[in-house]
Design a protein around this ligand. Sequence first.
Ligand code: ADP
Ligand code: MG
Length: 495
Amino acid sequence: MQDLHDLALILDVGVPLVVIETHEERRALELVTRLAITRDWAVFTWSATAGLRREPPDPDQPHPTGTRKPDGVLAHIQDNPLAGLYVLFDFHPYLADAPLNVRLLREIAQQALPRPLHLMLVGPRCELPEELHHLSARFTLRLPDVEALERLVREEAQAWAAANRGARVRSDRRNLERIIRNLRGLTEQDARRLVRTAIWDDGALTEDDLPKLNKAKFELLNLSGAVHFEFETAPLADLGGLERLKAWLAERQDAFLGRGASAGLPPPRGVLLLGVQGSGKSLAARAIAGIWGVPLLRLDMGTLYNKYYGESERNLRAALALAENMAPCVLWIDEIEKGLATGGDDGGTSRRMLGTLLTWLAERTAPVFLAATANDIQQLPPELMRKGRMDEIFFVDLPETSAREAIFVIHLRKRQLDPGRFDRAALARLSEGFSGAEIEQAVVSACYGAAAAGRPAGQADVERELDRTRPLSVVMAESVQALRAWARDRTVAAD
Ligand SMILES: Nc1ncnc2c1ncn2[C@@H]1O[C@H](COP(=O)(O)OP(=O)(O)O)[C@@H](O)[C@H]1O
Ligand SMILES: [Mg+2]
């Protein structure tokens, strides 16, 4: 087992203090115990509730007293340094503003002890103070790999069969593989629980279990709250126009999913969708996930910011790692310029956030496709626009005549109106300069007006609404013109 090997390496070079950051206390203790058995070492555990005890407890030797207090246990170890591994659970709170504890730990770690004595701090989060850095190493429990997950699924299936007089769990190779792939990124404990629930539900592991597993997995992984699982992806059919973007996506689908003739090609990394408000950028981002048939995650940059130095980037890295665990997926950052606005006095945090994002974009290996949208180019950091950062920067302009017609069809259908009963060409002509959002709005308003009169909306109702609307492209003609001029040389048209 790789974990055992790695932990042994750390101890063998003589590191006195090992930090194991994990939520899985039991697994950490199991690992330490297993290592101790192979070496014939003793294991001691400590928690604030139980104090120090030997594992397994020795009936001839009572637990030492006075060791529930953190300084008590350290003083005890210092005075009675028995060889062995000391596993301290959730000790980190007692290191903050506690110079005595820090000093005690340091002295124990520095003492030239004639036999192996290692302290292991186990907890979900553990930052060591400066004084202890050079005496310590960090150890990360690996998540189960595909083989371990396969084994785990087999064990759970056998357990179910044994409890059901030898009945077999229904499944097939293909779905089993997909389920195992989707369990990646989960701890062993969580994966086991999900599989067990899925099997006991109906004695089967089938396609039906996938969305449930995905959702449960996402909820388990979603520790930070900055990444949201979006149930609503958009089907291709919901997006009018943007033909070039659609073709671009279709060409890259197989490369992204690593299948067919494109399997060996580097998977696409991401696009930036820039453009006029209401033209369907957010909708297009949702549609990418819908078209490719992968989960959609939305990253809310705003919630990552933290006043402590370095915390924000750490949050971002955690969020990106989380997205990788859901791969293949689309990671959507809406209005990215708002999350990265470099103006103002934030001590360089947003610059470092951008750096973190770009590094990840260049280095990430899991198929996570970044779909970023932006409205305001003024606020957009130029680094993001540099060639090679994104696969493509698309400009989403106001829809042309044929796209407007397509958008009318989409929104009439959504309101249970038969587009065949409308003069669509006329509507497209009358809505020159309208965004997709404004077209939708006109259809909706027409429906309200007609419903008040007790009838379904017709051509005249929609035309009236179009006539009443002053589209943004007219109200804000100058800024729309400026945006277009700016985009001409720097972006590819999405339509
Ligand atoms: N190209 C389009 N096709 C169909 N509907 C559109 C289109 N563009 C905009 N809409 C409608 O307008 C709504 C708002 O658009 P949105 O994607 O939020 O625009 P943006 O993000 O560019 O400001 C969409 O949810 C959709 O109902
Ligand atoms: Mg938007």
